[in-house]
Design a protein around this ligand. Sequence first.
Ligand code: GLN
Ligand code: ZN
Length: 749
Amino acid sequence: MTTTIIGYPHIGRHLELKSAVEAYHKQTISASELNRVAAQTRQQSWQTQAQAGIDWLPVNDFSYEDQLLDTAVLFNVIPQRFRQLHFSPLDTYFAMACGTQANTTFLSPLKMATWFNTHYGYFIPELEDPTTIQLVGTKPFDEFKEAQQLGYHARPTIIGPYTLLKLSRITSTKKITDYVNRLVTAYAQLFDRFDQLNADWLQLDEPALVLAPTKADLELFNQIYTTLLPQKGRLKILLQTAYGDVREAYSQLTQLNFDGLGLDFIDGQQTEACIQDKGFPDNKVLFAGIINGRNVWRTNYQTSLDLLHRLPVKHVVLSTSCSLLHLPISLANEPALPKTVRPYLAFAEEKLTDLVAINNLLAGRNPEFLTANQRLFNHSRGAENVQVTTRLHALTKVDYHRRPERKKRQRRQQQAIPLPVLPMTTIGSFPQTAADKQRVTAFKQGQLTKAQFQNATHKRLQECLTEQTKLGLDVLVTGEYSRDDMISYFDHQLSGFLFTKHAWIQTFGTYCAQPPIIWGDIAWTHPITVTETVAAQRLTTRPVKGVLTGPLTLVNWAYPREDVSLRISATQIALALQDEAHALEEHNIHIIQFDEPAFRSHLPLRQSDWYTNYFNWAIAVIRLVASHLQPTTRFHIHMCYQQYTDILDVLDQLDADALSLSATDPALLDALHNAHFATPVGLGMFDTAQFKVPTKAVMVAKLQAAIAQLGPTRIWVNPDCGLKLLDEPGALTGLARMVQATKQVRNTI
Ligand code: GLN
Ligand code: ZN
């Protein structure tokens, strides 16, 4: 059988491409030097794939910033405001991704969105009225020729017309179907060019097919491809999907004149069922995505072989479930990972060897690989923590139901720690100076002792408490000066996570991250935030709020285990955080907030799966952290920058004593009112990611509107999120106005 992959990471083995792009932005290298590094990165990745034994290589998966942006630019989908800059094509492209200084103002980049349910962010192309879609670039052809000249069997790839349309934002008065004709013509031209270049196949990536297409969507897809496919000439077309199954479109895909279908057997829960139930045409090739392209574990060869043997398909090419873009490049970059751990892991490069090994096994070669691989899965990898699993098994209903009910406990909370109407607080972090950030880095690198670090942060904490008191806030916070970020600060202090040193993945543009790996059972081993929170409480008579990152957000930002479900890991983290919350309580901290900005990140792509595959356990996990808190402890949840109006019933079931939400959506208050939302709401008074603070009058109006809809007793007042991203004057102005506005409104109640 032939082996191939959908795409490969391109930031460079040692981040060479990322560094080169950043250097180009700083004008320390020229465009031609940038091109040279880019070509080198591409060649290195082809060489790695070929050396691993992959037969057929994708090209044009390379990108400086993002493949969807590349496709948009290739077809002239460039908003007028970027065109008007009259920059070179390369600089126009970078302006769309990074923004640019245009005369006296800063022109913002294209808005971003999450790429399916991954951690990768893409730039949203904009279809304007004057946009004339046409093939204007040469990138895919150039890269194809480059690979051809090096003697590789290369398959050009590009995002398909349906996904391009579905993920773009139409800013004109036109309908989506108005763009079809020109787009089809442009793709047909692309077919022609590749045919002239003697390409045998072309891969069209249409992952948008997994987003539960409606009838109208399927008609659009049909309209596009019934006109486009007759123009393919000698070229064979692979319709490639990823990130889920295509249950709605499957029949249509098998009927259209595609030469190959690329299907995801990892995230595609119903992929196999579609094939078993509806069959797979003999005249098409199945590109079987059997290797998990987005998680870091070795493939279980036997599971893959069993699947392949079950499939009633004549022509199969072995492939990955999605592009390997979501994986670090190579385990070779992590020499410090223990020997006991390494055999279980597979980054991009190691996934290639998995693919080739499975192919060899299918052909009856190297049976010893199978034996070695089975050993990994048939023996314990020493990741269990018996105490944790015992505790998990012992959980019963009472662990998910806090007593007494909210109304009763809120009376007791108010008696224990009385607060004025419209209580004012912040979300946790305060602005960090360069020195603050340096201090955290120095401590992490071992250049500061714990005592030195704590002394220095304590000074900042004192200043922060003084500032909050001066402002007149009711519930104070530590300012979070000891946290580098809300995720890794907690991960590093819980047991069960595995960390890497150089295992970078691209998150958006040239931004990279290093998500930890959930290696085993997760447990709380020592207090994390207690010292600092108690230190803050000693400095004031007002209540100090403990702030913890929530279990769903922590589980979301790590590579999950494959031997247990996400629900189990999340439940373990919830129990660990329960321990931390109890430790805070024991030290007289009686307001505890859990931050869950990633609450929605795991939502299945199909709304019909939301409850069954996610909410049913996610709600339980959040309730678990608070179930045994004392009735007098206020349990707060913070979420930000998400859509809430469609999940208000879920949010109410979390049974929080207050839920702080960013209130930028003007429809939110109406929705809360109409849904009879029972949880008290913390209303975001200003956006902490923007440098413009609304006037006091605007804030007063917002509060009055909220009181009209929700009544005065169920509203907290706070910024949208932590203040970490703001500079100090901006944050203080925002807070001061928030306090003035609240005081003014309080007088009218
Ligand atoms: N407590 C965190 C902070 O204030 C919350 C961050 C977040 O929600 N993204 O920074
Ligand atoms: Zn937030």
